[in-house]
Design a protein around this ligand. Structure first.
Ligand code: AMP
Ligand code: MG
Length: 492
């Protein structure tokens, strides 16, 4: 019995009642695990994990003993507008503690209606859940903090959107689902005590070092800001566009989550947007830093009464923290970009080199991922010089950058640690593989017809994004003009 592997301890239920509703997942006709993450399973559970045994449990059909499932209440700013939300199609089955003592929410997404469903059906389509599975695993192997995917389970029922789709439940693991929107909910729908309870709980769960702090709310604000800066810089490193950075989708833990209309950018352009609902480009690739700052400001507003009893002083404290955002972000972003171009001893003057590279990439429509791998290959180390043929092939792709490459190579040669160190740094920083929309869509269309060949192929590629594995080239470009008409959807 898989129940024995589960080690639940639902501390969230110690919060005031307003923060959750006890809910049982809906029963479905015919649960069938279509994908189960055995590597993750091994990290979570002691003992064997035969995927077939999980179907009943991960579809929500059977609730394990010794847990009490709940849906979380939260609010949030969606595209700038404040609204009441909550888990409308997700239920936390329990907080599981793994053999290493780490706590994870096990959440079932798409398992039926909750008190927060509003007009929704609480269900999810197979395609949208497989997409979240693939994208979040990709982020994990890109070494970016993220929720994890344990399984996708078909339910045996149809879910109706613009037409009928196979229904599925997605099993998500996350160090917690506390969001900026949870604090907004406490502040605007709860009492001062409710807000304080949430702060205490969050600090114990995520930032225990703040327990001794003189101003824990200020500490929390600064920690969350720092984690989110790190996170967004990681997104910018690999060309990830979240697509719906509402405050309810911004985690306190600093993990990426809620993979709806997300995508990876192909040609470099800060204005890249794929989400069908983001007509104004609010969540465009290059807008993500400004948006996360805005979301952190919303967190600060929610925390105001805890920052200081006098509002003027509280606002000052919040501003002192948020005023550090811009410099901190810019410094860290350039540091990341310096790694992308292999500078082991960067200086402030090198910022111009980064700026110039991106300007040319944009004007020439160069692919973000492929350009950095081609640049790495173009570094004239002794090793690469014995492989002349691949170099001449590469140089064609880099033509628009010829004069930039001359300056850059000269700059690399100044480094004492030499060109090999640059190559090493670039290999660590720049993925060779990202799941590109074109192939993701093909894989999902296949899965809809019960053919998982391409989905599994992509899943194996996302696990080694920094290695030159066979077949990678086949999946490294998309047809011309594909992106022009490509749209992603929230996938409800
Ligand atoms: P998201 O865009 O996935 O972050 O969802 C925004 C809000 O809509 C959350 O409160 C979700 O729980 C809710 N929601 C999304 N899809 C559904 C659905 N099919 N049924 C009920 N609620 C939903
Ligand atoms: Mg959400």
């Amino acid at each position: 019995m898989v129940d024995k592997l589960l080690n639940f301890d639902n501390t969230y239920l110690s919060l005031p009642q307003m923060f959750y509703s006890m809910v049982q997942p809906s029963v479905v006709p015919k649960p069938e695990i279509v994908i189960f993450n055995e590597e993750l399973g091994q990290n979570l559970f002691e003992g064997s994990t035969n995927p077939q045994e999980w179907g009943e449990l991960l579809s929500g059909n059977r609730v394990p003993e010794k847990t009490a499932p709940f849906a979380q209440a939260y609010a949030g700013h969606q595209f700038g507008h404040f609204t009441m939300l909550g888990d409308g199609r997700a239920i936390v089955i329990g907080e599981h503690i793994n053999p290493f003592g780490e706590r994870y929410d096990i959440q079932l997404k798409g398992c039926g209606r909750t008190p927060y469903s509003r007009r929704g059906d609480g269900k999810a389509t197979l395609g949208a859940m497989l997409r979240e599975y693939l994208m979040s695993e990709s982020m994990f192997y890109l070494r970016i903090p993220t929720s994890r995917s344990l399984a996708v389970t078909k339910t045996g029922e149809k879910v109706y959107r613009d037409k009928a789709f196979d229904g599925a439940v997605f099993t998500r693991l996350m160090s917690s689902h506390i969001r900026v929107g949870t604090f907004e909910y406490a502040r605007y729908y709860g009492s001062p005590n409710d807000l304080e309870s949430l702060l205490d709980y969050t600090i114990k769960r995520h930032f225990p070092s703040l327990l001794q702090s003189k101003n824990p709310a200020a500490g929390l604000l600064e920690y969350v800001m720092n984690r989110q800066i790190e996170l967004i810089i990681n997104w910018m490193r690999v060309g990830f566009i979240h697509g719906v950075m509402n405050t309810d989708n911004t985690s306190i833990s600093g993990e990426t989550f809620d993979y709806g209309p997300c995508s990876f950018m192909n040609a470099f352009d800060l204005n890249t947007v794929f989400s069908s609902i983001d007509t104004g480009g609010r969540y465009a690739f290059g807008n993500q830093p400004a948006i996360i700052k805005w979301n952190i400001a919303k967190l600060a507003e929610a925390l105001l009464p805890l920052l200081h009893p006098q509002q003027d002083r509280a606002i000052e404290i919040a501003n002192e923290i948020i005023d550090k955002f811009d410099n901190q972000f810019t410094d860290k972003w350039y540091a990341m970009m310096f790694s992308k171009i292999g500078l082991v001893n960067p200086a402030t003057e090198d910022r111009a080199l980064v700026d110039e590279l991106l300007t040319t990439m944009k004007s020439s429509g160069l692919d973000y991922t492929n350009t950095f791998s081609a640049l790495k290959k173009s570094i004239p180390t002794k090793e690469s010089q014995s492989k002349q043929s691949s170099q001449s092939h590469q140089s064609h792709q880099l033509d628009p950058l010829n004069s930039w490459i001359t300056n850059w190579t000269r700059r690399l040669e100044e480094s004492e640690r030499g060109l090999l160190a640059a190559v090493g740094l670039m290999e660590k920083t720049n993925p060779l593989f990202i799941p590109r929309n074109y192939f993701v869509e093909k894989a999902l269309a296949g899965a809809d017809e019960n053919d998982y060949t391409l989905f599994n192929q992509l899943l194996s590629l996302v696990k080694q994004p920094y290695s030159l594995v066979d077949d990678i080239e086949k999946y490294s470009s998309v047809p011309n003009n594909y992106d022009k008409n490509y749209k992603t959807y929230c996938g409800t």
